[in-house]
Design a protein around this ligand. Structure first.
Ligand code: F6R
Length: 615
C-alpha cells in the first residue's frame, strides 16, 4: 500500500517520477506528492485525491530537477488531505521523506520531538521520520548515517526514501519488515527506486530488491547496500523478463479489461516451459523438491488472502485428486492466530500475486518457525514471498495493475495443476509419458484455446450486464470445484461495483440463504455438465420457484438449462479439474461490465489498494 518512486540521473526527474507514480497508483490513491531538488532547494507539490490532481498542479506550478522522490498514498494515520500527503519535509526545509508503512510508536516519537520544539505540519505518522533524520543530520551525520540512526528508532514495518538538499547527489532507501518492496533500478548513469517493478520497468530491467533491514545509498553511477548495522551487502541483481508494454493499458478502457483479455496468453506462458509435451513430463526445478521429499510429504497447507485464497480452494480439489495429498486452505490473516499443527512432512504453499501481502508473509513466517517446507506461487518476481520460500513457481501472468485480480487467479490455479502433476510424477502416481499423464498434459495444452473462446464472447456478457446492473444484491452458487468460483465471482462484483454479493455452496442454500430469494435477487449458478450437474439443476429450479432471476453459467449445447434459467452464459465443454479457469472468466467480465455500467472506477475501487501491506 502506498507507492514510492525515486530518481537520480541526467533526466528531468518530474515527468519520470509522475509516470512511475501513474503505474503505482493501484497501490493507493488518497493523495499524491512529489519533491525535487531545484536550484539547491527542495520543491514540493502535493494534492489530495488521485494522481491527476497532482499532475494538474505540477502543470500550473512546474518543477525542474534531476533528483526527486514521489508518493501515492493509501491513508493509515491522518485523513486523506493535501497536508497529510507525502513527501514530508523537515522544519528547515532541507530534508524530505516518502514512506510506506506504519510507525507504530509514532505517538511517543512525536511527543519527544514536540518536547524538543519541533512543530508538526501534518497528522501523519510519517512526519516523525523526517524530523528524526533531520535531527541526526543537524548533529553532523551524513544522510546515510542519519537515516540509519533515525530508522532504528522506529517500530513497525517500513519502506522509506530520503532526499537531503545538503547532499544533492544521493538518495537513501530503507526497507524494514514487510511494509512493501523496495526495488532499485540500475540504469546507465541513472538510478531508480520504486515500490514495484512496473513503475520503472520502461527504464531498466536490472533490479535489486532490498531485504528487510537493508538500506541503499544511490548516486547516479553507483549503489551501496548495507544492513542497518552497517554491514556491506553484496546484493543479487535480477534481470526482469516482463515486457514493459504489458505494463501499459494500451487500447483497453481499463487495466482490468485488458488483464481479463490477456488470460489465454498468460496461461500459455504459465504452462510453457514447465511441460515437456514431447516427453510427457512436468518440470518445476524452482520448487526444489527431491523425489524423496515428495514421497514423504503428508500434507499441504495453503495460505493466502482474498482472490488468492479462492485460488487455493480450487487447488485443493486439483492437488488432492491428482497427487492424493490432503490440502488445507487457510487465510493468511487467520493462520497465525491459532497454534497451527505443522511438522517437517508438511509443505506450506503461499499463493500471492504481489508477494507482499503482509498477512500471507506473516503466515509464512509462522510456518517456517514451525519447521514446514515453504513454497510459494508468486507473480512479482523478486518479491518477499518468493525470496523467503524454499521453492517457488511463478505465475507468469505479467504485471497485474487492475486492483481486482483476474489473470493472477487463473494462472495460479494452472500453477497448482502443474504442482499436482509434478508431485504425482515424483510420488510414482503418474508415469512420465504414461496415458494418464498424457491426458492431463493434453488438457493443459488445450486450456488456452478454451479460455480464448470464452474471451471472444465478451459482447454477450456486456449485453447481459446492461440488464443486471441496477440490482443491488446478488447470490452466486457453485458446487464442488466450482464452489470457490462462486466466492470469487461474488468478490469480483462487490469490490468493483459496490453491489452486495454473496458466494455460497449451492447445497447449503436450503439451510438458510434461500430465504433471501425473491424477484429482486439475481442468482448466478455455475451449472456445468459435470458430476454435480443434476444437483445444480435442482438448485436452479428451487431458486426459480422462489421467484429469483437465474443466470446460469452452462456448458455449450446444454438445452435443459436454457428451459429453466432466465439467462444462460455458455462456456465450452472442459475437463472438470480445469473448468474453474474457464467458468470464472464470464464472471470476471460480468463484474467488469456491471461496474462500468454503474460508472464505478474499475481499476481503482474505493478503499482498496493492490498490495495490502498493512494488517
Ligand atoms: C481481489 C484481490 C485481493 C487479493 C488479495 C491478495 O480482486 O485482488 O483479494 O487477491 O489482496 O493479494 P496477493 O495475491 O497479492 O497476496
Amino acid at each position: 500500500m502506498c507507492g514510492i518512486v525515486g530518481y537520480i540521473g541526467p533526466q528531468d526527474a518530474t515527468p519520470l517520477i509522475l509516470n512511475g507514480l501513474q503505474r503505482l497508483e493501484y497501490r493507493g490513491y488518497d493523495s499524491a506528492g512529489i519533491a525535487v531538488l531545484q536550484k539547491g532547494e527542495i520543491a514540493i507539490r502535493r494534492d489530495v485525491g488521485k494522481l491527476n490532481n497532482l499532475m494538474q498542479l505540477v502543470q500550473q506550478e512546474p518543477l525542474n530537477g534531476r533528483i526527486g522522490i514521489g508518493h501515492t498514498r493509501w491513508a493509515t494515520h491522518g485523513q486523506p488531505s493535501s497536508r497529510n500527503a507525502h513527501p514530508h519535509i523537515s522544519a528547515n526545509g532541507r530534508t524530505v521523506v516518502v514512506h510506506n508503512g506504519i510507525v507504530e510508536n509514532f505517538r511517543a516519537l512525536r511527543d519527544e520531538l514536540e518536547a524538543e520544539g519541533v512543530r508538526f505540519q501534518s497528522d501523519t505518522d510519517t512526519e516523525v521520520i523526517v524530523h528524526l533524520v533531520q535531527r541526526e543530520i543537524s548533529c553532523g551525520k551524513n544522510v546515510t548515517e542519519a537515516t540509519q540512526a533515525a530508522v532504528k528508532l522506529l517500530r513497525g514495518a517500513h519502506a522509506i526514501v530520503v532526499l537531503s538538499a545538503d547532499e544533492p547527489d544521493r538518495l537513501v532507501a530503507v526497507r524494514i519488515g514487510n511494509a512493501g518492496g523496495v526495488a532499485l533500478g540500475i540504469g546507465e548513469g541513472e538510478m531508480f527506486i520504486a515500490s514495484d517493478i512496473p513503475a520503472i520497468l520502461e527504464h531498466t530491467r536490472r533490479m535489486i530488491f532490498l531485504e528487510s533491514r537493508q538500506m541503499a545509498t544511490l548516486t547516479r553511477d553507483a549503489y551501496h547496500i548495507q544492513t542497518l548495522d552497517g554491514e556491506p551487502v553484496d546484493a543479487e541483481v535480477h534481470t526482469i523478463s516482463w515486457d514493459p508494454v504489458s505494463a501499459a493499458r494500451g487500447e483497453y478502457r481499463h487495466f482490468m479489461q485488458k488483464e481479463i483479455q490477456e488470460q489465454a496468453r498468460s496461461l500459455t506462458d504459465t504452462i510453457r516451459g514447465r511441460v515437456d509435451f514431447q516427453r510427457g513430463v512436468v518440470t518445476l526445478p524452482d520448487l526444489t523438491l527431491t523425489p524423496d521429499e515428495a514421497k514423504r510429504l503428508k500434507r499441504i497447507v495453503t495460505v493466502a488472502c482474498g482472490t488468492s485464497a479462492y485460488s487455493g480452494l480450487v487447488g485443493k480439489f486439483i492437488i488432492e485428486e491428482i497427487a492424493r495429498i490432503p490440502v488445507e486452505v487457510d487465510y493468511g490473516s487467520e493462520y497465525r492466530y491459532r497454534d497451527p499443527i505443522i511438522d517437517e512432512d508438511c509443505a506450506v504453499l503461499a499463493i500471492t500475486q504481489s508477494g507482499e501481502t503482509v498477512d500471507t508473509l506473516a503466515a509464512m513466517e509462522e510456518a517456517r518457525d514451525k519447521g514446514a517446507k515453504l513454497w510459494s506461487i508468486v507473480n512479482a518476481v523478486g518479491s518477499q514471498a518468493m525470496r523467503v520460500s524454499d521453492g517457488f513457481v511463478t505465475m507468469q501472468a505479467g504485471p497485474e495493475i487492475g486492483v481486482a485480480s483476474t489473470k493472477a487467479f487463473t494462472t495460479s490455479i494452472a500453477d497448482q495443476y502443474l504442482i499436482a502433476l509434478y508431485l504425482a510424477q515424483q510420488r510414482g502416481l503418474l508415469t512420465p509419458d504414461g496415458p494418464d499423464m498424457c491426458a492431463h498434459i493434453d488438457d493443459l495444452a488445450h486450456l488456452p484455446d478454451l479460455v480464448g473462446t470464452v474471451l471472444g464472447r465478451e459482447q454477450a456478457i456486456e449485453d447481459l450486464a446492461a440488464e443486471l446492473y441496477q440490482y443491488t444484491n446478488f447470490l452466486y452458487l457453485g458446487r464442488g470445484i466450482n464452489y470457490p468460483i462462486a466466492l470469487e465471482g461474488a468478490l469480483k462484483l462487490k469490490e468493483i461495483s459496490y453491489i452486495h454479493a454473496e458466494g455460497y455452496p449451492a447445497g447449503e442454500m436450503k439451510h438458510g440463504p434461500i430465504a433471501l430469494i425473491d424477484e429482486h435477487m439475481p442468482v448466478l449458478a455455475i451449472c456445468l455438465r459435470d458430476a454435480v450437474y443434476d444437483k445444480m439443476l435442482s438448485q436452479v429450479e428451487q431458486a426459480k420457484s422462489r421467484g429469483g432471476i437465474v443466470i446460469a453459467v452452462a456448458t455449450d449445447g446444454d438445452t435443459r438449462i436454457a428451459e429453466k434459467a432466465d439467462h444462460v452464459i455458455y462456456v465450452p465443454d472442459c475437463p472438470p479439474l480445469l473448468s474453474p479457469i474457464v467458468s470464472v472468466i464470464p464472471l470476471q467480465m460480468l463484474a467488469y461490465h456491471i461496474a462500468v455500467w454503474r460508472g464505478a472506477d474499475v481499476d481503482q475501487p474505493r478503499n482498496l489498494a493492490k498490495s495490502v501491506t498493512v494488517e
